[in-house]
Design a protein around this ligand. Structure first.
Ligand SMILES: CCCCCCCC/C=C/CC(=O)SCCNC(=O)CCNC(=O)[C@H](O)C(C)(C)COP(=O)(O)OP(=O)(O)OC[C@H]1O[C@@H](n2cnc3c(N)ncnc32)[C@H](O)[C@@H]1OP(=O)(O)O
Length: 286
């Protein structure tokens, strides 16, 4: 009986913390939805097919992987990318925000906040290799990074498109957008729910560089090498100086933000909008 309980505990810890294993001499650890290679510049790959939507499980595994990397002092930078062909991340999982109960919405939002705060305030250098579509929460992940490299494929778009879904980007999504592309561009893009092509994203500053698709990873690695040459303490203090106010703005009102999200997303009108959007996604398939 005691043995069975201990085994259950171990299994639970194993699935929460992921496994660290040696494969072909490369160090890596993985859980179901996130694979992390720690040989050379660390690379974190999202693998939640079909579209890397940020389900509660995916958010949790992402946050745990990030925490593990933060705790490993030998790791100074991480490249964030996707293992799903053509998709960086479809953003927050619509099925976590549709047809559930308020307690679920609150739990989900708490985890979205947690991941964002960890990513946005990470001491590590974060470079995103955007190798596919990156709407809404997908764009949010990229915006948290210190540098964004995007594949030059016009089929891939990036942006905060919440208004197209009949929902509103929360103030901290908006703050980060304003920090990145400026108030006027953010105001327009947020109202229109603009999804930028790579060329447009580069022009407006949503991404820092656009490269041929087969060079996204090598470019991200060379960017990382350049950033790694900067002393950590000065870079980290500078990053903190630039981002602290934006992060603090959420930290001081986390509970209120959860309440706002929960009551907003529970509204019949919002649920109806999400239903229509999900139906549109289905119909697109024909
Ligand atoms: C006061 C406070 C207010 C706070 C308000 C709320 C704020 C919430 C903020 C939300 C941010 C978000 O991230 S919302 C999510 C936005 N995401 C999108 O709009 C992307 C939608 N998806 C697509 O455009 C496309 O799927 C794609 C371009 C990403 C990929 O296209 P592709 O053709 O390759 O694949 P399919 O469209 O056929 O999709 C396959 C499969 O996946 C399902 N899917 C897609 N996206 C999502 C998603 N985000 N969540 C859950 N599921 C998703 C899609 O429906 C298909 O499912 P089926 O195979 O079952 O049909």
């Amino acid at each position: 009986m005691a043995l069975a309980a201990a085994r259950r505990l171990l299994l639970h810890a194993g699935s929460r913390l992921g496994r660290r294993e040696a494969v072909d001499g490369a160090r890596r650890f993985a859980n179901k939805r996130v694979l992390v290679e720690t040989e050379g510049p660390a690379v974190m790959k999202l693998r939640n097919p079909p579209v890397n939507s940020l389900s509660l499980e995916c958010l949790t595994e992402f946050t745990i992987s990030l925490e593990k990397l933060e705790n490993d002092k030998s790791i100074r930078g991480v490249i964030l990318t996707s293992e799903c062909p053509g998709i960086f991340s479809a953003g927050l999982d619509l099925l976590e925000m549709y047809g559930r109960n308020p307690a679920h919405y609150a739990e989900y939002w708490k985890n979205v906040q947690e991941l964002w705060l960890r990513l946005y305030t990470s001491n590590m250098i974060l470079v995103s290799a955007i190798n596919g579509a990156s709407p809404a929460g997908g764009c949010l992940l990229a915006l948290c990074c210190d540098y964004r490299v995007m594949a030059d494929n016009p089929k891939y778009t990036i942006g905060l498109n919440e208004s197209l879904l009949g929902i509103v980007a929360p103030f901290w999504f908006k703050d980060m957008y304003v920090n990145t592309i400026g108030h006027r561009e953010a105001e327009r893009a947020l109202q229109l729910g603009t999804l930028f092509s790579p060329a447009e994203a580069l022009k407006v500053g949503v991404v820092d560089e656009v490269v041929p698709e087969d060079q996204v990873h090598s470019k991200a690695r060379s960017v990382m090498t350049k950033w790694l040459a900067i002393p950590d303490h000065s870079r980290q203090l500078t990053k903190n100086m630039m981002r602290k106010a934006t992060a603090d703005n959420l930290i001081k009102q986390r509970e209120a933000d959860i309440q706002n999200f929960t009551s907003f997303i529970s509204k019949d009108s919002i649920q109806k909008s999400l239903h229509m959007y999900l139906e549109k996604l289905k119909q697109k398939k024909g």
